[in-house]
Write a new protein. Structure first.
Length: 261
């Protein structure tokens, strides 16, 4: 990303573009300004900038989260948002960046925020995982959730439809039911998205919305990435304190609604 100094910045104190009447100026989200009360002035123009933003704030829903301005969709430049063309085609750069943010940025992605998708930095994943699993212990043996998790643990990376078929959810009207189980396992931090797989046309070009490639965080990042020496209550307090500092205009109720499962 180009900082105000004109060089590519991948440092911890990254500089984003601030919208002003006089053009672009620097705004630092980092040690010198540890909050996002001016989030409405941030514009992200690339996957690299999005990775840096997630590094700094730790948590970022993909779409509207219930907290105004606090989502990837709302902080990206308008040219990176969803658009439909006259011929019926569409483009959505942000959607295409998701895989890069996961595989190149190392961030965790899944349906973590009130059943909606979003990113969590690896720095904050242990606390998030600790808190959610404290509320939702591993599924009971013999339950559908346990069968799904066991299948994914044994098989490894699977796109959603492959996992659904292996678990026997291939009958009519079974897809939405299965998706509900997977969403609950993601909310409990037992399943994450490893990447997105896209079909290709005869020219080798990717098309469509893509399929989620699912995995367990233990297989993807290692068991140590899912543990911390804090109690679930301490992890919750640490996360909410951080978000209250980063989002001073958000109410405690808004933050709790977004983070509680």
């Amino acid at each position: 990303m180009l900082c105000s100094c004109g060089v590519l910045c991948l440092l911890k104190n990254c500089t984003f573009a601030e919208k002003t009447d006089n053009g672009l100026s620097g705004i630092v989200i980092g040690d010198n300004k540890d909050s996002m009360d001016n989030i409405d002035k941030i514009e992200v123009h690339s996957s690299v900038e999005l990775m840096e933003l997630i590094d700094r704030i730790g948590f970022l829903p993909l779409l509207y989260s219930g907290i105004g301005g606090f989502s990837a969709e709302e902080v990206v430049d308008e040219n990176c948002r969803y658009v439909v063309f006259e011929d019926g085609g569409w483009d959505w750069p942000l959607w295409k960046w998701k895989g890069e943010v996961i595989t190149e940025g190392g961030h965790v992605y899944g349906k973590f925020f009130a059943g909606k998708a979003g990113f969590i930095s690896r720095e904050w994943w242990p606390d998030f995982c600790n808190y959610r699993r404290g509320r939702h212990p591993k599924p009971e043996v013999g339950s559908i959730e346990e069968a799904i998790l066991h299948t994914l643990t044994v098989q490894g990376s699977l796109i959603t439809r492959e996992l659904r078929a292996l678990c026997g959810f291939d009958g009519p009207k079974m897809r939405s039911r299965f998706d509900g189980y997977v969403t609950r396992l993601q909310m409990a931090s037992y399943i994450v998205t490893e990447d997105f797989i896209y079909p290709r046309d005869k020219h080798g070009n990717k098309y469509g919305w893509g399929w989620s490639l699912l995995n367990t965080p233990e297989r993807l990042y290692g068991k140590e990435s899912c543990t911390t020496n804090r109690t679930p209550e301490e992890s919750w307090a640490r996360m909410t304190k951080h978000l209250q500092r980063m989002l001073p205009n958000a109410t405690e109720k808004q933050i709790q609604k977004m983070m509680t499962a």
